[in-house]
Design a protein around this ligand. Structure first.
Ligand code: SAM
Length: 268
């Protein structure tokens, strides 16, 4: 495999390669790979993680979009346990893969959000998701209420998955050195949401509407979607103050609001 000085990374593909051996080992240890695991790697790049994963698992499928890297990886990893695929991960179908996948990736940051959304769609097939992402996004995904990081995407992801930041990674662990800092996360799909919404589409419509104008009170920010009298009545029945703002409500509060509205025939 060529080293990074002979290879010209493509910035638009988010090519920042992990070079710090301590961080590599920390990532591998955190994933607790088992000999029975089928692992799907997103964007293997120059194979920094790939080569460490293959000996530890039953099977590895690595999806790389850059034809130059794909060619080098396919030549390097001729191991029967490894399959390197040349594809855009966002378009790559998962349905023919194992029903129990461990997914790992130092993600290309320009598409971290759609990759997480894709993982949520396929959550029933995923046992755990280990990803390196930009630190700000990690903070948004793990944010608590009453903070500026807490938003609609926090609620969306936490509804479907348990999210943990395992450790931070300095930008100097990568070449070329990215402008932003990173963190390593574990996401575990909930087999069942803690408090299920009777209509998930309506739940996320309410949450998105609430955060669209996050400085306003919920009575005002939700009024393009719901009658003000309905907002006031439902909030009162749940012991919530409609003068609160979007960031003051927990995901559970949003689910309770959604289910109470649906019970009264609103949002059906
Ligand atoms: N895993 C390697 C490492 O840790 O050094 C590379 C990580 S680098 C941050 C992201 C990798 O994702 C690059 O190899 C890039 O070419 C690849 N990539 C970018 N967009 C992709 C896409 N849509 N589908 C699959 N791979 C992609």
């Amino acid at each position: 495999m060529k080293n990074t000085s002979a290879f010209f990374p493509k910035k638009h593909l988010g090519q920042n390669f992990l070079i710090d051996p301590r961080i590599k080992e920390k990532i591998i240890a955190a994933c607790e790979f088992q000999p029975t695991d089928t692992v799907l790697e997103i964007g293997p790049g120059q194979g920094a993680l790939t080569e460490r994963i293959i000996p530890l698992v039953k099977e590895l499928i690595a999806v790389e979009t850059d034809p130059r890297l794909y060619k080098e990886l396919a030549e390097k990893f001729s191991d029967p346990k490894a399959t390197v695929i040349h594809a855009d991960f966002l378009k790559f179908p998962l349905r023919n893969l194992s029903p129990h996948l461990k997914v790992i990736g130092n993600l290309p940051y320009y598409i971290s959000t759609p990759i997480i959304e894709k993982m949520i769609i396929h959550r029933e097939q995923i046992t755990a998701l280990f990803i390196t992402i930009q630190r700000e996004l990690g903070e948004r995904l793990t944010a608590n209420i009453d903070s500026k990081e807490y938003g609609a995407f926090t609620c969306f992801v936490q509804y479907y998955m348990d999210v943990q930041i395992l450790f931070k990674i300095k930008n100097t662990a990568f070449r070329p050195i990215p402008k932003v800092q990173s963190c390593f996360l574990k996401l575990t799909p909930h087999r069942q949401p803690a408090l299920p919404a009777d209509n998930e589409e309506f739940l996320f419509k309410i949450i998105r509407q609430a955060f669209q104008q996050r400085r306003k009170t919920l009575l005002n920010s939700l009024s393009p979607l719901l009658e003000r009298t309905d907002i006031a009545r439902i909030f009162d029945s749940l012991g919530l103050d409609p003068k609160l703002r979007a960031e003051n409500l927990t995901l559970q509060d949003y689910v309770e609001i959604t289910n109470a509205l649906l019970k009264q025939g609103i949002g059906k």
